[in-house]
Design a binder for this molecule. Structure first.
Ligand code: F6R
Ligand code: MG
Ligand code: MG
Length: 366
């Protein structure tokens, strides 16, 4: 059997209401188009979902990563859904489609992409994480915990299949460079970089034998377009069990409610709240940032599922903690570190205000 490719491609092509959620007609249109692609044999299986205002296409196929036909399919779906969004006058219709026409690879054109190709194991549990109101580096801390932190992942210590550790592929999203770190040997070097998630993002994680374990989307829209065009709202795919962390070890980092950037106007820090799908509707101050987790078992490329992994009372405390942290941060209004540092903010009036006040700034007396 040829290898299976697991592709998650997403875009914000229109929000309902504002940037808070997705109108069902967009999802219905995407499903209809993916059903046709499945009937033609282009893809093996699919699942359509949404996280906040992002339309998420989860697809399996046998064409490998970066496949032009698969990327074109996703692009066409986003373009057609944009038309639906325009008819309904949804908010920000087509906002993530940065080009007029598809040109071979959807990467760098606005939508987020996370893809991996592998040989399906006897049983293949996969979890797809999808987040809204945050950016690519949001996965750095959870991926570190899943694959490198023995306080999170017991298997690193007590499972012979995982004791050797994992390799991290880290991208410098500004300079377009990458570097690999072998852990646990190079843990401290890894942390020097991934502790700065707005610049360095974990793109993928591999077992020591080279088998792919996890992959994330690292697109930064603002860097592609050279201006603020919306949030990156990343996705991440993680294989579980056996030589990889157990499902529970993969979910455990999200009990922390770590702080991420991307809340309100892409310009505020907020806690990442793990929620069931029906609660992936960021409304308070356009947030707080959300993450959903859909679990699947693969069966010859077919997606058995999904299971809504955060629809579990064991995440109630994390959600409560998020609300507490959200209250605390909101109290700080326009002051850092609730608001992002100046050069990271995606909205700013600084140039205009500076220009208006330029005559009023005077030198300090000696
Ligand atoms: C969108 C987001 C929102 C918007 C805000 C202003 O993902 O983060 O907080 O930035 O609602 O949106 P505009 O500028 O479209 O009115
Ligand atoms: Mg939006
Ligand atoms: Mg979004």
């Amino acid at each position: 059997m040829t290898k299976i490719t697991f592709s998650v491609i997403k875009a914000d092509v229109g929000g309902f209401v504002g940037h808070s959620s997705m109108h069902k007609s967009l999802m219905e249109k995407a499903e209809e188009l993916l059903e046709a692609a499945q009937a033609q044999g282009l893809i093996v299986d699919f699942h359509v979902t949404s996280c906040g205002d992002d339309l998420e296409l989860i697809m399996t196929h046998r064409r490998g990563v970066d496949n032009e036909e698969i990327h074109r399919l996703a692009w066409d779906i986003f373009a057609i859904c944009t038309e639906v969004a325009r008819q309904l006058k949804l908010y920000g219709a087509g906002q993530d489609l940065l080009a007029d026409a598809f040109s071979g690879n959807i990467k760098g054109m606005g939508p987020g992409v996370a893809e991996m190709e592998f040989e399906e194991r006897k049983a293949e549990p996969v979890i797809v994480f999808m987040a809204d109101k945050t950016s690519a580096g949001a996965w750095n801390l959870p991926l570190y915990k899943m694959f490198a932190d023995p306080f999170n992942t017991a298997g690193l210590v007590i499972a012979p299949t995982m004791h050797a550790g994992f390799r991290f592929e880290v991208h410098d999203v500004k300079e377009h460079k990458r570097v690999f770190f072998s852990c646990p040997e190079e843990l401290y070097d890894l942390l020097v970089f991934i502790g700065a998630p707005s610049r360095y993002a974990v793109k993928a994680v591999y077992a020591k034998d080279g088998e792919i374990a996890a992959v994330s989307s690292t697109q930064r829209l603002a860097l592609i377009a050279g201006r603020y065009v919306g949030k990156d709202d990343p996705v991440c795919v993680v294989r579980c069990q056996g030589q990889f962390p157990a499902v529970g070890e993969v979910l455990e980092p999200f009990t922390m409610a770590h702080l991420v950037e991307g809340w309100m106007r892409g310009s505020h820090h907020g806690p990442l709240m793990p929620v069931p799908i029906h609660e992936a509707t960021p409304s308070r101050f356009d947030g707080p940032p959300r993450v959903i987790a859909l679990g699947f078992q693969l069966a010859d490329g077919h997606l058995i599922g999904p299971r809504d992994m955060f629809a579990d009372p064991s995440f109630d405390e994390a959600r409560r903690r998020c609300n507490f942290i959200a209250d605390y941060l909101r109290g700080q209004g326009p002051f850092e570190p609730h608001r992002l540092p100046m050069d990271e903010m995606e909205y700013t009036t600084l140039p205009q205000v500076m220009e208006r006040l330029k005559e009023r700034w005077e030198d300090l007396p000696e």
